[in-house]
Design a protein around this ligand. Structure first.
Ligand code: LHQ
Length: 264
């Protein structure tokens, strides 16, 4: 896949999506938002891809909305109406990430601010470099959290800590983010890429249909009732029980050998 703001690579069942505007700390332009959505969709379409990594080039993960994109309007004292930007570009991207039936590992290599923090939170798992930080920067420019942060952050760290991050806009360093359960693991900066590839590589060897369905159930569990979740689990088990990977898993157990899952 050829993009101008995103690097897309797929190898060994893992697609790696790299936000690639390092000179602007990977701040999101309109083109980048659309290319990132197309890259997520491509990872969904490609049956050989069974796990995804989202990361940033250079020293940042992503500094959120590119604040220079609308600089001329602001310089003239205009305040652009931002709702449609969310509706047309950010929200479809967040939904595509959450609805992708494959796990997404956020390899958070540096600062994740504003909507960049939201994108990190929309990943299923996060490995952070020790130099990473998470900043709900919206308030610093008089805006409100968007791109799903108001949904994901309280689920991850609880209401009070989410409110503190959102009201004050301070950066949360990686080690503290790990203590609060916002990231799965922190590794030294030079080990991040390998650690993310190892984790995603492992996920890519698992029964992909079951993993995709598990993600769906987790999504439902975050906002639905117990009845909703039980129904989703029932549907999911019906689907998973018909896969070749289920057959292989049980046969491997009976034959006392490791399973070889194919994602089918
Ligand atoms: C940037 C940016 C940036 C452009 C650094 N844009 N250039 C959604 C809907 C629609 C619109 C509104 O918003 C949203 C959601 C949002 O995401 S709102 C939040 C937007 N993001 C921010 O407010 C964060 C702004 N950036 C920062 O606060 C700092 O840059 C952080 C804390 C991320 C990093 O600080 P430093 O490590 O000290 O780096 P720096 O500030 O020196 O930045 C390096 C360069 O990157 C610099 O460019 P320059 O040409 O001077 O070297 C910055 O201008 C550029 N950059 N963030 N968002």
């Amino acid at each position: 896949m050829d993009f101008s703001t995103i690097l897309y690579g797929a190898d060994n069942g893992v697609a790696t999506l790299t936000m690639n505007r390092p000179e602007a700390l990977n701040a999101l332009t309109s083109l980048m938002r659309r290319e990132l959505l197309a890259a997520v969709q491509e990872a969904g379409r490609d049956a050989s891809v069974r796990a995804v990594i989202l990361t940033g080039a250079g020293r940042a993960f992503c500094a959120g909305q590119d604040l220079k994109e609308r600089a001329p309007a602001y310089e003239q004292g205009a305040t652009p109406v931002l709702g449609s930007t969310l509706r047309d570009e950010y929200n479809p991207l967040v939904l595509a990430m959450r609805n992708l039936p494959k796990p997404i590992v956020g390899a958070v290599n540096g600062v994740a601010a504003g909507a960049g923090c939201s994108l990190a939170l929309a990943c299923d798992l996060r490995i952070a470099s020790s130099s990473a930080s998470f900043m709900q920067a919206f308030v610093k420019i008089g805006l409100v959290p968007d791109s799903g942060s108001s949904f994901f952050l309280p689920h991850l760290v609880g209401y009070a800590r989410a409110a503190e991050m959102m009201f004050l806009g301070d950066g949360l360093p990686a080690d503290r983010a790990e203590e609060l359960g916002l990231v799965n693991r922190v590794v030294p900066a030079e080990e991040l890429a390998t650690a993310a590839q190892e984790l995603a590589g492992r996920l890519a060897q698992l029964p992909t249909v079951a993993i995709g369905q598990t993600k769906r159930q987790l999504n439902r569990g975050l906002s639905g009732s117990l009845e909703d979740v039980l129904e989703e689990e029932e549907r999911g088990q019906e689907l998973a029980s018909q896969t070749a990977d289920h057959l292989e898993g049980v046969r491997a157990f009976l034959e006392k050998r490791p399973p070889r899952f194919t994602g089918k």
